[in-house]
Design a protein around this ligand. Structure first.
Ligand code: NAP
Ligand code: MG
Length: 403
């Protein structure tokens, strides 16, 4: 069989530790035998980020803007311990944060569902994709502890120096705390467009919720911006695609999500997304089965696994011990990126290959062949635990049959 050609490059962002090991194995076993892989390679491993003073991260994000699609391996976000482990010049910032800031994107996290692994909420039959607004609110707040007897006010000064004041609270009889939060209309609008675009792209309904009944200005602004953009730019497209935009209160949304069977995107404000994405991920089973894609408002896509570099497994691997690390989310990052590249380039062969790679991966697990993390939760009768490399070989056996 002739190898599948790629006209436009894919931006490839390599990473760290166990996921870097898996990255190379996926390429060697599942991709390069079948595809003339055309990637623009950026090494985001911590060693190279340190060598380039983190310039490589910025370069890779700019390349993603240029080519439109990237696939990223998990990377270490340095902390004090990594400073000594890697002899770093600086405590470099989170690559994901840097890339997200350059692309102005929204992250969509979705679980991969397989037979034999039932979500902790057994009613969930289809994935629930969480979209988290990644700007402002409590994550960029200003807080103060306030002494008894103080008066706290919100003060806004306009360009000409005029002040508008509103009382927050007069503290009488007790000390207390106050907090100032903000958000920006432009960021909320970007978030709304990314969500509506992704809903159209994946043909799923989108839900959004805030607490607008209590927060009549702050949360209501989110509701209004979403509604306005939907009415003016997306309503007709949604109707044509047969999908829905559904707005409700956050507490009602939580109740409905629990009762639902999944199969939609849940757009969340920053804090709701932080909390709910961990709840949804845990309920669906394993971190090794969560994918993640960053979508910019102008339609640039960056695919990755939602988990980290699986450090504990990597240290075992370095000692020569056997590992059983789940590569599914990283494989789906590749298949997602290849599929998107194929769609943008009208490369049907590439799209079909990416689909088959996903099917072969799911079939492997449904045939009872899986890594340790899934082995302990799978309800299949004849299940078998395999090591990191064997799992990829088993996928390849099935992929070959499908091609
Ligand atoms: P992690 O790498 O996600 O791993 C946490 C634990 O979850 C693992 O020890 C393992 O549990 C389990 N796990 C996660 N992915 C798995 C997989 N594919 N297969 C099997 N088990 C899996 O999180 P972490 O240990 O908190 O972080 C490690 C490093 O990753 C840190 O340096 C962090 O900065 C980085 N990180 C990067 C990203 C990213 O690039 N997107 C995201 C998060 C964290 P057991 O040990 O019990 O088997
Ligand atoms: Mg969280």
């Amino acid at each position: 069989m002739a190898k599948i050609q790629m006209n436009t490059p894919l931006v490839e962002m390599d990473g760290d530790e166990m996921t870097r090991v898996i990255w190379q194995m996926i390429k060697d076993k599942l991709l390069t035998p079948y595809i003339e892989l055309n990637t623009e390679y950026y090494d985001l491993g911590l060693v190279h980020r340190n060598e380039t003073n983190d310039q490589v991260t910025v370069d890779s994000a700019n390349a993603t803007k240029k080519y439109g699609v990237a696939v990223k391996c998990a990377t270490i976000t340095p902390n004090a311990q990594r400073m000594t482990e890697y002899d770093l010049k600086e405590m470099w910032k989170s690559p994901n944060g840097t890339i997200r800031a350059i692309l102005d994107g929204t992250v969509f996290r979705a679980p991969i569902i397989v037979k034999g692994i039932t979500p902790l909420l057994p009613g969930w039959k289809k994935p629930i994709t969480i979209a988290r607004h990644a700007y402002g609110d409590v994550y960029k707040n200003t807080e103060m502890k306030v002494k008894d007897g103080c008066k706290a006010e919100l003060v806004v000064t306009d360009k000409d120096g005029n002040e508008t004041r509103q009382l927050i609270h007069e503290f009488k009889g007790s000390d207390g705390v106050i907090q100032g939060q903000h958000n920006i209309d432009a960021s909320i609008a970007s978030f709304a467009r990314a969500c509506f675009n992704f809903a159209l792209d994946t043909k799923q309904d989108i839900w959004f919720a805030t607490k607008d009944t209590i927060s009549k200005k702050y949360d209501h602004t989110f509701k209004d911006i979403f509604a306005e953009i939907y009415e003016n730019e997306y309503k007709a497209k949604f109707e044509a695609a047969g999908i829905e935009y559904f707005y409700t209160l956050i507490d009602d949304a939580v109740a409905r999500v629990v009762r639902s069977e999944g199969g939609y995107i849940w757009a969340c404000k920053n804090y709701d997304g932080d909390v709910m994405s961990d709840m949804v991920a845990t309920a669906f089973g394993s971190l090794g089965m969560m994918t993640s894609v960053l979508v910019s408002p102008d339609g640039v896509y960056e695919y990755e696994a939602a988990h980290g570099t699986v450090t504990r497994h990597y240290y075992k691997h370095l000692k020569g011990e056997e590992t059983s690390t789940n590569s599914v989310a990283t494989i789906f990052a590749w298949s997602g990126a290849l599929k998107k590249r194929g769609e943008l380039d009208n490369n049907a062969e590439l799209v079909v290959f990416a689909d088959k790679l996903e099917k072969a991966t799911i079939k492997t697990i449904e045939d009872g062949v899986m890594t340790g993390d899934l082995y302990i939760i799978s309800q299949l009768e004849n299940k078998k635990k395999v090591n990191t490399e064997q799992f990829l070989d088993e996928i390849n056996l099935r992929l070959k049959e499908m091609l």
